[in-house]
Structure formats: structure tokens, C-alpha cells
Design a protein around this ligand. Sequence first.
Ligand code: ATP
Ligand code: MG
Length: 392
Amino acid sequence: MDTAENITYLLKPGELSLKGGNRAAFERVLKQNLALRLRGTGARINFTNGRFYVHCPAGSGPEVEKVLERVMGISGWAKTIVAPKTPGAVMAACVEAALECRERGARTFKIEARRTDKSFPLDSYRLRRAGGDAVLEQVPGLKVDVHKPEAVIAVEIREKAYVYGTARRGRRGLPSGSAGRGLLLLSGGIDSPVAGYLMIGRGMGLDAVYFHAWPYTSDEARQKVVKLSEIVGSYGMGIRLHTIGFTAVQARIKERAPEAWRTVLLRMAMMECAEKLARMKRLKCLVSGESLSQVASQTIENIACTGSRIAIPVLRPLIGMDKEAIIRIAEEIGTYETSILPYEDCCVLFSPPHPVLRGDVREAGSLYEEQGLSPLIGEALKNRVTEKCAYP
Ligand code: ATP
Ligand code: MG
């Protein structure tokens, strides 16, 4: 039985199970990520027959659950009762789980049973029946509803018997780091943190780069980006944030370029700088928060201009999403509150009232070259400040 000192969580790996030959590699990354994220909690991780088990002292429960809610690559998890493999002990565990369900307000239940160990005397049908009877008898106030139960009590007969009444949905996706590393262009806005989160969910490990235009953008604006890095990184393995001072680049564009082209040219400069950084750090792609036609700089023509001078792939996970859907994710992952803090980002002061809407790639290229930005970008890159933003 579950003792006072110990809690066991049962974790079902997510999409991992679809990955055929790569499966073992994905599981290894998930295990590593769990081990790193659970460091200091006293948790022990065990992987047997397609399931992860996390054993931890009772006091670490809340902390462990916070991690399980966030880590990618888990399709579901539950705090489970561990019982010896005898029918009596399993029935008692069903009753214990049912009492918990009733306590949190459930009035109806059903039992789901799976028997991996075929030597257990009850097959899954009889397990369901016997478990249901035990609960009906000993937990007044709970009724069976096989179609829309308010509580599902799961019984799994494996190396031991596992019984749980509250299964939680995991974040799914793939374990962060299993799909290589990329560089997120992170502004203080709503979109780019969501873009980062989505790529972490596809297994990507992230560094982030923030282009800062001090003193035109404040230290508060930068702090906001640090905070966003912490939150986004909490769904992966943390984020290394590179802050790059871009004031000189912006000033040059403001001084020399046709006003309508400023934003597109600045984006091109950011991309060039980010590509250089990515190559230095062996990051395989850039990730941006662009969404088609959301603002003038994100028409398909201007996106073509923005990416026209770099060869590294640019992933734009929000490209087909509308703002409302993006905001919903931002709220769910906890970045929204921080993103809407009022500190201006580096483009506001500098954006033209009438930007080019459909830039021509060749014109963009020659204007860009006229600015002579490369030395300024090189200098900015050299003076970058890097910090590790750990999960809070
Ligand atoms: P966001 O909400 O992410 O700021 P946005 O809708 O404001 O996006 P833009 O400001 O046009 O759009 O920026 C488009 C993308 O360019 C951002 O999603 C981000 O990936 C990148 N970007 C913009 N400004 C910066 C910056 N100062 N530092 C790093 N990346 C930036
Ligand atoms: Mg922005």
C-alpha cells in the first residue's frame, strides 16, 4: 500500500509510443529530462514495460506534480496506490481510490482494468466487476455510470498492482531535446513565447536571443524577457538567453534607410545576427513568433524579405494561427500576464507610420546592403550577454 513516507506516480509516455525504432532514444531523453527536472526532490525514476514510475517522499509531492504538469512527452500521469498482487489488496485499493474520488465531489464512477500479468487470478472483466462491487458496498454515495462517469478508477496489474482514481492529462508532445536545438527570437510580446513553447513541445531544446535597444528600451523590458524565458523554459530544460544590444543597428537604419522600410530592414538585421549566433552555438534553426498578415511586417512578401539573406531554416509555428488562439495558449502556459506588461519593445519607437506592405525581395536586398550593417552586427554579437534562465 501507499505508505505515509512515499508517493508513487505512474506516467504514460506520450507520442513516444509511435516512434518505432527511435522509441528507446526518446525514452532515454524523457528519463534524463525527468531526472534533471526532479533533482533535489528526492524522487527516484524507474522505467519498466513502457511505463515510468516516479517514487518520492510525500513532502515532495507538490513539487513533483508541478514538474509532471509541465514536462513534455507524457500523455498522462497519476498518483497511484501501489498494492500487492492479491485480489483482496486490489479491492481494498479500489475502495481507497473511490473514497478519494468521493471526497473531491464525484458521485458516479466506473472501473477500468488492465491485466498485463496474466497470472493474476482475475481477468480484466472480473477485475472490473469485483472492483465495482467492492466500491458499491463500501463507499456509499457512489453509483456506477459506465458512459459518463465523474470518476474513473483505473486498475493495472503489472509487476505490482497500481490503482488510481484521478488520472491527469500530460502535455504530450516529445521530450525537449529529442529534436535538436534551435534559437528562439524572443521579444517581450505575446507571440514569440508561445512559438517557443510549441517548439519545445515538438522536442526542441532552445536558446533565446533578445535584441535590446537600450536606452530606447528600458531595463524593465529586458527583465520581462528574462521572466518569459524562465516561464517558457520551464516546459523544457530551461533557456539560455542571449541579449544583444541593437541600438547602433537601429540608429543606422533610422539614419539611412527610407522610413517605410525600417521595420523590414531591422527584421533582416535581426535574422542575420541570429543566424550567426545560431551557427556559433550549433543551433540548427531559428524560431520566430510571426503569424501571417498579423502586422505589416508579416505579409508573405515581407516575410520573404525578412528571411531572404539567411540560409538557416526559420520555423514559424504560429504562421497559420489567429491572435485569439495564440492568446489562449499564452494564458494557459502563463506567459500572457508578463507579455502584456506595458514596457515597449524595440520597434515601437522606430516603426514608420506607413510601412511597406509588400516589399520586393531584390529591393530589400539592395537597401539592406546600402546600410553597411555587417560590422555593427558583428560588434553587437561580440558584446552579447548570456545568462541561463532556470525554471522558477
Ligand atoms: P511578438 O508578440 O512575439 O513580439 P509581434 O506580433 O509583436 O510578435 P513583431 O514585433 O513583428 O511581431 O515580431 C515578429 C517576430 O520577430 C517576433 O515574434 C519575434 O520572434 C521576433 N522579434 C521581434 N522583436 C524582437 C526582439 N526585440 N528581439 C528578438 N526577437 C524579436
Ligand atoms: Mg513584438
